[in-house]
Structures are given as structure tokens and as C-alpha cells.
Design a protein around this ligand. Structure first.
Ligand code: GTP
Ligand code: MG
Ligand code: ZN
Length: 251
């Protein structure tokens, strides 16, 4: 889905596909090609999204040259100021963000603007409200949405993918998936390159090969200590770094 083709027009309403044009990218889950942006949807209540999952999806998106929009949904369940606290580290990292409530109809105009004219794929844990958001964006659409289970987790309601047209020529794929791409294990030394907030600091480290963990004169660690880099983001980076080391060696 999402392939661009060259069509030979053979009549007033007729054509034949001559060629499938080269793909800019191709995601595995959902299987969509030529995507411009990943909309990573999360929620801070019912369910509480794992930020590790959010960060992992952001790595995958940056790896695939996708623009990232982080969308915090279900803000109707949050205290004032809470949405800002969740989103702030991501804005500082250079990602675009928005906060929405699909059920209370909040933040939808901004989300519409972010989707205009580009091909987006919605990703995020089950139950965060991806299908609900698309339904809210496009009145008349009725994607199935799920009840939350006993643990306030979703139940993987969406099981297939469709490209849907939203405002102003934007196309959106709802997804059943948690992972955007099945990335081969990344080299540990390459991982930080997919974290925009770490990557900008790395040239300040003493060693070019710095992994920002145990090395002396590390600009990244200094930034965490000084409160310039979000500690949560940094710790999740360290977690994925360990994981990269385990899986890359085995690969
Ligand atoms: N309070 C609140 N509930 C919401 C909001 N958006 C969605 N929900 C509810 O959350 C539940 C899950 O919504 P879905 O849209 O099915 O979630 P999904 O992300 O598509 O889930 P999967 O298809 O399983 O990946 C439903 O009961 C929705 O009514 C919101 O903004 N606020
Ligand atoms: Mg869904
Ligand atoms: Zn470093």
C-alpha cells in the first residue's frame, strides 16, 4: 500500500499501470510505502504509555527518515500542566508534539494541520486512541475502537491497515502495530545518531566513538547532570544501548 505508480492513460477513464516507482521507504508493520511522517500516539492514563516504546518508535522513525509528531491523547484525563511535562522533553529533543482528546474533541485542529498534504502513519500502543482520533478527525468514518480491558490496556482492536484520506490531501494509515519497522539490530555505536537530542551534543564528547555511558569527558552525561538533557530520555537510551549490544553481537 502507498506505492506510487506511473499510469499510461488509455482512455477518458482508463489507464494501465506502467511501472511501480522506486520506494522512498517501506514500513513492515503496517506494510505501507512512501510514508512521510510517523504520528506516535501515546496516553498518560488508561493506559499509561511506555515511554520506552515511544522512544523505540522514534528511533525507528528517524532511522526511516520519517518526520515525527508525538501526539499525547486522552488529555481530558490529565491534571492541568501534566501534558506539558510529558511532552516537553520531546519538544526539546526537536520533535513536533501535539496534545489531543479524541473523545472531548480537543487539539484536533492542530492535528489536522499537521496531517495536511503528507502521508502519515499512526503508531502507538494498543488502546491509546489511534482509531478514535481518526474517527474524530473525519466525521462519518467509523473505525472500530476498543473497550479497555481490566488492566486498562487496549486489546488490539485494529487488525488491518487502510490508507484514509483526511483534510487537505493528507493520507493516514491507522495501524494495529507497535513497531514501525523491523529494524535489524543497530550497531551500538550508531544508536545515539537516531536520538536527535543526543546527536547534537555528541560532537562535544572527547571521544568520537563515545557511547555516552562510561566514557570520560562526555558532553551528553554533562548535559544530563546539568539538567539540560532529560534524564528519562537518557536512561531509556542506556537501556536500548544495552539491548543493542546484546542483539548486535548475536546477529
Ligand atoms: N478518556 C478518553 N478516552 C479515549 C480517548 N480516545 C480514545 N479513548 C478510548 O480509549 C479506548 C481505545 O481507543 P481506540 O481508538 O480503540 O485505541 P487504538 O489505539 O486504536 O487501539 P488498537 O486499535 O487496539 O491499537 C476506547 O474505549 C476509546 O473510547 C480520549 O481522548 N479520552
Ligand atoms: Mg485501533
Ligand atoms: Zn559522550
Amino acid at each position: 500500500m502507498g506505492d506510487q505508480v506511473r499510469v499510461l492513460v488509455t482512455g477518458p477513464a482508463e489507464g494501465a499501470i506502467e511501472a511501480v516507482l522506486p520506494r522512498r521507504n517501506r514500513l513492515e508493520r503496517p506494510a505501507v510505502a512512501n510514508v512521510d511522517q510517523a504520528v506516535i500516539v501515546c496516553s498518560a492514563r488508561e493506559p499509561v504509555s511506555s515511554l520506552l516504546t515511544v522512544d523505540r518508535m522514534a528511533v525507528e522513525a528517524v532511522h526511516e527518515n520519517l518526520a515525527v509528531l508525538l501526539c499525547l491523547n486522552k488529555i481530558d484525563l490529565l491534571e492541568p500542566g501534566e501534558a506539558e511535562r510529558v511532552l516537553e522533553p520531546y519538544r526539546t529533543a526537536g520533535f513536533r508534539t501535539c496534545s489531543t482528546s479524541a473523545t472531548a474533541g480537543r487539539g484536533l485542529d492542530q492535528l489536522r494541520r499537521e496531517l495536511a498534504g503528507v502521508v502519515s502513519v499512526f503508531a502507538g500502543e494498543s488502546g491509546v486512541g489511534k482509531s478514535s482520533l481518526l474517527n474524530a478527525l473525519r466525521p462519518g468514518l467509523s473505525l472500530r475502537t476498543g473497550e479497555l480491558g481490566a488492566w486498562r490496556r487496549g486489546r488490539h482492536t485494529t487488525r488491518h491497515v487502510e490508507l484514509l484520506e483526511v483534510e487537505a490531501g493528507g493520507l493516514v494509515a491507522d495501524t494495529p502495530g507497535l513497531s514501525l519497522v523491523a529494524l535489524p539490530p543497530l550497531a551500538p555505536s550508531a544508536l545515539a545518531g537516531y536520538w536527535p537530542d543526543l546527536a547534537v551534543l555528541a560532537p562535544g564528547c572527547r571521544f568520537r566513538s563515545c557511547l555516552h555511558r562510561d566514557e570520560p569527558d562526555c558532553r551528553v552525561k554533562a548535559a544530563v547532570a546539568a539538567g539540560e538533557l532529560d534524564r528519562g530520555r537518557y536512561e531509556r537510551y542506556l537501556g536500548l544501548l544495552d539491548e543493542a549490544e546484546r542483539t548486535y553481537r548475536r546477529y
